[in-house]
Design a protein. Structure first.
Length: 397
């Protein structure tokens, strides 16, 4: 099995016959993952006429792993993603009980995938709640390891919360906790290293993809030593590493307070191109932007460490147990995530084939039920049929 490796200059070395580990996923994952693999194989074969190929390697996580091994996230799965560098996954359930808060977060932290990358753009034909969804064309870089993802919190009424409050009150002079007896506490660490590498990735992406601006989104007017520090460290890395691009006008770096950004992104989305932000802000921003272009069902995502090359691409929606097994779930999120994966690997031609085929299909008002309900004269098809029609569109390109 041929592996992707990191070569000189942090450039991925991708063999023509490459092994890609994948997690099928829970719930609707069993429906969308096979469709994704079929569409991806069709695009790669069309682009390279059999000269390049993906060999899919299934690894286990979530409910399927628990049934087979008694573990929610076996070490063999983490090792496979480490060894093969690039992989893809369907949605995973949140375990009930046990020591894992989130399987998705555990995977990201085990590989130090510090960038959550979410591109958001509009496909004509898809219904939208906003007047001009075509003006939305952004790529969000959300910090993926710090802030609330650190998971540092204590429940109200617990002995730990009481001890923490006593320390804050007695040792640190904190006297602004209004109701200490019934307060839960959470701590959000934001580091210089974590902020700089996230912003560096966003700046590098903007330059390499010829995107004109990077906006640092923060709440630094209130949280001055975390969110505010993120902003300042972002400007510092921009000036130190991208001075020439800033000087010659190739790149502009600015910043915006998060609540103002959420308003501006609705009113003037064309003003924004690449967004670099902290973890919690990025959660809000990513889903709000996805809603503007048709919803999370067509929103792809990736978790990337640009320094080691490790990356896991994923469906950004949940397991949707209410529609699992009914052949109605939209597979576009994981299909577009596969296109992102191909582009990341340097296989740009099949990535563009998938995106163009989706554009053609949506323009003809053919989609799954979640999208056709907002389309005029929409043709509703099931999950498998959607994949078949997409493969047919790829064959015509």
């Amino acid at each position: 099995m041929a592996k992707i490796t990191m070569g000189p200059g942090q450039k991925l070395l991708v063999p023509d016959r490459v092994t890609i580990p994948f997690i099928e996923g829970d719930g609707v994952g069993a429906e969308i993952s096979p469709v994704m693999r079929q569409v991806t194989d069709a695009a790669v074969n069309k682009a390279y006429d059999g000269q390049r190929k993906i060999e899919w390697l299934e690894v286990l996580a979530g409910g399927k792993a628990h049934e087979a091994t008694g573990l929610w996230l076996p070490e063999a799965t983490v090792k496979a993603f480490k060894d093969y560098t690039v992989g893809i996954k369907g949605p995973l359930m949140t375990p009930v009980g046990g020591g894992i808060r989130s399987l998705n977060v555990a995977l990201r932290q085990s590989l130090d995938l510090y960038v959550c990358q979410r591109p958001v753009s509009y496909y004509p034909g898809i219904g939208s709640p906003v007047r001009h969804p075509e003006r939305v064309d952004m790529v969000v870089f959300r910090e993926n390891t710090e802030d609330i993802y650190a998971g540092i919190e204590w429940a109200a009424g617990s002995a730990e919360a009481k001890r923490l409050y006593e320390f804050l009150h007695e040792e640190m002079g904190v006297n602004k906790v209004r109701f200490p007896e019934t307060s839960g506490f959470g701590i959000k660490p934001i580091s210089r290293e974590g902020s700089e590498r996230l912003v560096d990735a966003a700046l590098g992406y903007a330059v390499s993809h010829r995107r004109p601006t990077v906006t640092l989104v923060h709440k630094g007017n209130i949280m001055k030593f975390t969110e505010g520090a993120f902003k300042q460290w972002g400007y510092t890395i921009a000036e130190s590493k991208y001075h020439d691009a800033l000087t010659d006008g190739t790149l502009t770096v600015n910043d915006c307070i998060c609540d103002a950004f959420l308003q501006n992104a609705l009113i003037r989305p064309q003003d924004y191109s690449v967004i670099a932000t902290t973890n919690l802000n990025g959660d809000y921003i990513s889903d709000m932007l996805a809603a503007q272009v048709g919803g999370i069902g067509i929103s792809p995502g990736a978790n990337i460490n640009y320094q080691t090359g490790h990356a896991i691409f994923e469906a950004t929606h949940g397991v949707a147990p209410d529609i699992a097994g009914q052949d109605k779930v939209n597979p576009s999120s994981i299909i577009l995530s596969a296109a992102m994966m191909l582009d990341y690997m340097g296989w740009n031609v099949p990535a563009k084939l998938i995106q163009e085929a989706l554009r053609q299909l949506f323009a003809s008002h053919c989609a799954t039920a979640d999208l056709t309900r907002l389309m005029e004269n929409g043709l509703t098809v099931g999950t498998r049929e959607f994949g078949n029609r997409l493969i047919e569109e790829i064959s015509k390109l």
